[in-house]
Design a protein around this ligand. Structure first.
Ligand SMILES: [Zn+2]
Length: 262
């Protein structure tokens, strides 16, 4: 029952994330006006705006003008439904599970915005960083931290995680720039990895960088091999970091980070 509710909540959150992805890069308001058809600009009625379901019933077209609606909308809604369901079950239905669903939503928004615009909005990266630090007393990732998981030691672990994430990403960016003579990672990625560290600690930030770099390289190399990406063409890294960070919420890989799991 609660799992079903979590899935529904996730799909509605996905619907909101679509609005965030569409409007935040343009500096538009999230609350006004309501959803509109991208073709005819007429507002979409609430019964045509039900996550996933409306898209399927209307076969991906606007009811008024028949214009095509991007399949990305139901995809993000279904993805968030699945993530919310998984995180809720894995987190044992706790308040923390609910908070990770929110964080996963912000990460999904980061992934799509970076994919579209090559930019990660500070509202999302720094917002996640602040939330991770402030919510650290509730964070089970830091239960084993120094000082038996007291609230202040959890906050310290979160702070160490954020600093480690920042340092790892900044060092990789510097190194990458010297090595490839081009910017491989931007300031947005550095802030994002700091935020990931605030939520999942130093080990989480390290895992995220490893998994993200691995997935990103496979994607970049395969697209270069297919001839659809040129050697010096920019490629967003945020989507891979975000995906890795969401993966971390499910399972932290024991990479044996030298600093250990604080
Ligand atoms: Zn329309």
């Amino acid at each position: 029952m609660m799992t079903g509710l979590a899935a529904c909540f996730g799909m509605c959150l996905g619907s909101f994330i679509n609005v965030v992805v569409h409007r935040v890069p343009k500096g538009q308001s999230l609350w006004y006006p309501g959803s509109r058809c991208p073709k005819c600009r007429r507002s979409i009625r609430f019964y045509d705006n039900i996550p996933v379901l409306s898209y399927l019933l209307l076969r991906g077209r606007c009811r008024r003008c028949g214009g095509r609606i991007s399949p990305r909308y139901p995809f993000v809604e279904a993805l968030m439904g699945a993530l919310a369901c998984g995180l809720w079950v894995l987190g044992g239905g706790t308040a923390w599970a609910g908070l990770t669903i929110g964080a996963a939503g912000a990460l999904v928004a980061v992934a799509f915005i970076d994919w579209d615009t090559f930019l990660i909005p500070d509202e999302l990266s720094l917002g996640l960083l602040a939330a991770g630090l402030l919510l650290a007393p509730l964070n089970p990732f830091f239960a084993q931290s120094l000082g038996d998981g007291a609230w202040y030691s959890r906050m310290l672990s979160s702070l160490v995680g954020a600093g480690t994430g920042f340092a790892i990403c900044w060092a990789t960016a510097e190194f990458g720039e010297r090595l490839f003579k081009r910017e491989a990672l931007g300031g947005g990625d550095v802030k994002l990895l700091a935020a990931v560290g605030a939520w999942t600690g130093a080990l989480g930030a390290f895992d995220c960088m490893m998994i993200g770099a691995f997935a990103g390289s496979i994607y970049g190399v395969s697209r270069m091999a297919a001839g659809t990406l040129k050697r010096y063409e920019p490629m967003p890294f945020g989507p891979f970091l975000s995906a890795a960070a969401i993966f971390n919420f499910f399972k932290l890989l024991p990479f044996g980070f030298p600093f250990g799991p604080y």
